[in-house]
Design a binder for this molecule. Structure first.
Ligand code: SF4
Length: 176
């Protein structure tokens, strides 16, 4: 790719994930999906990384840890948020300890929607992040990503209390 000045290195942080997104990200690193063909190397130290890949939502305990990992990645850097949990809290959004998406703590450059996203979608998000990284390296202003609004909350009518059926009436399917 022309936009690559060097091979960007990516560090992965599981913020509060159920591991579904992590498994899909790991699939991207296998020879089948081969993320490395875009020059991306997976590393374990944020101080050596250019891309911070985050899975899961933010809670009261891990918000400071996420911020700490973000600060350790040297500038210029990009953040790729994988899965709906990273954008809205996803299936955990209503839990007592959840703050919401990771953009409540750190800026996000690319959101990859899905629960979990397929490896193809993750690779697409990573390639988008490479272009943003290159723009940052060139000193250009890069706008934060537009946040997806999808949540797992059921529609209001599904939350309405169930009214018991009158005594003697037929049950489900009307076969009684
Ligand atoms: S988006 Fe879905 S698969 Fe990914 S961490 Fe959240 S619940 Fe798990």
């Amino acid at each position: 790719m022309k936009v690559l000045a060097k091979s960007p290195w990516a560090v992965h942080f599981n913020c509060n994930s159920c591991n579904g997104c992590d498994i899909e990200f790991l699939a991207c690193l296998t020879p089948l999906y081969d993320l490395e063909r875009f020059g991306v190397l997976h590393i374990g130290n944020p101080k050596h990384a250019d891309i911070l890949v985050v899975t899961g939502s933010v809670n009261h305990r891990n918000a400071r840890v996420l911020e700490n990992v973000y600060i350790q990645v040297p500038d210029p850097k990009v953040v790729v948020a994988i899965g709906v949990c990273t954008s809205t809290g996803g299936i955990f959004a209503d839990c007592y300890n959840i703050l919401g998406g990771i953009d409540k703590v750190i800026p996000v450059d690319v959101f990859v929607p899905g629960c979990p996203p397929r490896p193809e979608a993750i690779i697409d998000g990573m390639v988008q992040s490479l272009a943003k990284l290159e723009a940052k390296r060139a000193g250009k202003k890069v706008e934060p990503a537009r946040k997806p609004t999808f949540t797992f909350r059921p529609p209001a009518e599904a939350e309405a209390p169930v009214t018991p059926s009158p005594a003697g009436s037929a049950g489900r399917g009307g076969k009684e």
